[in-house]
Design a protein around this ligand. Sequence first.
Ligand SMILES: [Zn+2]
Ligand SMILES: [Zn+2]
Length: 137
Amino acid sequence: MEKNLENILNARNIKPTAMRTLVLQILLDQNSAISLPELEQKFYKADKSTIYRTLKTFLNHRLIHSIEDGTGSLRYAVCKESCNCEPEQLHVHFLCNNCNSTFCLLNSPIPIIELPKGFKQTSSNFVIKGVCLACSK
Ligand SMILES: [Zn+2]
Ligand SMILES: [Zn+2]
């Protein structure tokens, strides 16, 4: 498993460190996206700025993507191996109003919107809100 995490980091040109490997492990263990405060809570003792810098590095190397789900803090989730966060690769997210979890809907790409002449897309954010499977049972 350790080896596998290192491979994932190397594939994104991120030098594996103990901290990066640990943060990646935590991110992969989540079944929903996680915010910085939520991530910090998983650490008994770790410098908050180190955790933040680790996320920044992951973002810059497209290992993870950030999600504005309207809850106030950005949430983060690991990208698919082939993902470079290009507009045509972005997917819809789902925020559960009950458990406040945000899920990646990897099989639901964000539709490409035809923009007015001269407009250029740099990012997009598509969040559906409702009740997740666990909460609707
Ligand atoms: Zn839920
Ligand atoms: Zn996502």
